[in-house]
Design a protein around this ligand. Structure first.
Ligand SMILES: Cc1ncc(COP(=O)(O)O)c(C=O)c1O
Length: 386
């Protein structure tokens, strides 16, 4: 995906300085080939599953269109994402709707276009979806998003399947939810959904999803409810250090013993694993300050363009676009008026000067999609290398 040729960073075969010179900085650069390689890895591991790509990771129209052409569906959480996915050519019957605060407008639109399923987030959501379906004379296909209340080791902000999280239906409400759904002529119970967290890098953390889902399928069936599909969410993590990482094949191996013989259709909603490595953010050094015994390399984009370091303490690799001899230790900081606007501390870099380019790696997921206009800075442009 990225490599150095004669000390110049390239994305696939395109030199990054050329892109920066032609388009300016800061800029997100994505490799479509890398995304395709990762989709194929998922499809090979899960040949019979629907790959409902989590649009929240990166909803660039061309990326979504390419994923549509590869046969992917989509997981959407807003009217904006639903519209993007449909415009990109993803068929509505391959789209699942998530979200803990779906608005009436979002529910109605998703019903009108005929999505595959609403992942219900609360018993309180059931009468709302039912009322809109009744008004439209429709039957809403639904799955119960179960929050199993797990203890996970990922960042607290990414731990959505834990006790106290505001996502999903807690275990004690699941049978009541199933009863409410099946009692309504305007709702149809299709399946269950579990997404326990993101950036999970240990199989022991990912494996419970399948074990718990299988247990819930059996319990629901014992109570007479039909369950056609299980949606095991996303969450497969990547290595932000460039080290070894889990693959979809590892995931299948961990899940297989639990899913065997269950006779359900499988849906998965990966986001990060598909797109994270496929993107870099190219920034330009504005100023190099020496103070307090440290070197601060201030660049022209920070938490406005890439929120993850400030939000999660995430550490991305930062590399020079043009390699040169010499070494300094530096803190790479953004231009925004917040002390949290630090892209990372203690990076080993060449002796950079104002005007030099740096590349922040593995930002294809939750990079541009979380970008904002803080301090009235424009959202970085995006370039796709195809
Ligand atoms: C319901 C749901 N599905 C899928 C995902 C995608 O997760 P990831 O990017 O970790 O694969 C998320 C991420 O927050 C999510 O909330």
């Amino acid at each position: 995906m990225w490599h150095y040729k004669e000390d110049i960073l390239h994305i696939e075969s395109t030199p990054v300085p050329k892109i920066a010179a032609e388009v300016g900085t800061p800029i997100y650069v994505y490799s479509l080939q890398e995304i395709e390689r990762r989709v194929h890895a998922y499809q090979q591991a899960f040949p019979n599953a629907l790959l409902a790509y989590a649009c929240k990771a990166n909803a660039h129209p061309r990326i979504l269109a390419h994923l549509a052409s590869l046969g992917c569906g989509a997981d959407v959480v807003s009217l904006g994402e639903l519209t993007r996915a449909l415009d990109a050519g993803i068929p509505p019957e391959h789209i699942v709707v998530n979200g803990n605060a779906k608005t009436d407008e979002e529910i109605a639109r998703a019903l009108e276009v005929g999505v595959l399923a609403f992942n219900l987030d609360a018993v309180e959501e059931i009468p709302r979806v039912e009322a809109i379906a009744r008004e439209l004379g429709a039957i809403a296909p639904v799955a119960l998003r179960i929050n199993p209340g797990l203890d996970l080791h990922t960042h607290p902000h990414l731990r959505v399947g834990a006790v106290g999280s505001h996502f999903g239906i807690p275990p004690h409400d699941v049978l009541r939810a199933a009863e409410m759904v099946t009692a309504s002529p305007h709702l149809r119970l299709r399946g269950i959904h579990l997404h326990i967290g993101s950036q999970l890098t240990q199989l022991e953390e990912l494996q419970p999803t399948a074990r718990l889902a299988a247990r819930w399928v059996r319990t629901l069936r014992e109570h007479g409810y039909k369950v056609q599909h299980i949606n095991l969410g996303g969450g497969l993590g990547i290595s932000y250090e460039g080290g070894p990482e889990l693959t979809p094949t590892d995931l299948v191996a961990a899940w297989h013993p639990h899913l065997e013989g269950l006779n359900v259709h499988l849906i998965v909603e990966p986001g990060r694993w598909i797109v994270a490595h496929a993107g870099i953010l190219v920034v330009r050094v504005v100023q190099v300050k020496r103070a307090w015994g440290r070197t601060f390399v201030a660049v022209n984009a920070g938490m406005n363009a890439l929120l993850r370091p400030a939000l999660y303490g995430a550490r991305h690799r930062i590399v020079p676009v043009v390699r040169k001899p010499g070494e300094i230790y530096a803190d790479v900081v953004g231009p925004n008026c917040e002390s949290a606007d630090v892209l990372g501390r203690d990076y080993l870099l060449p002796p950079v000067e104002p005007g030099d380019l740096l590349a922040i790696l593995d930002v294809g997921a939750y990079g541009r999609s979380m970008a904002n206009t803080y301090n009235l800075r424009p959202i970085p442009r995006e370039i796709i290398i195809s």
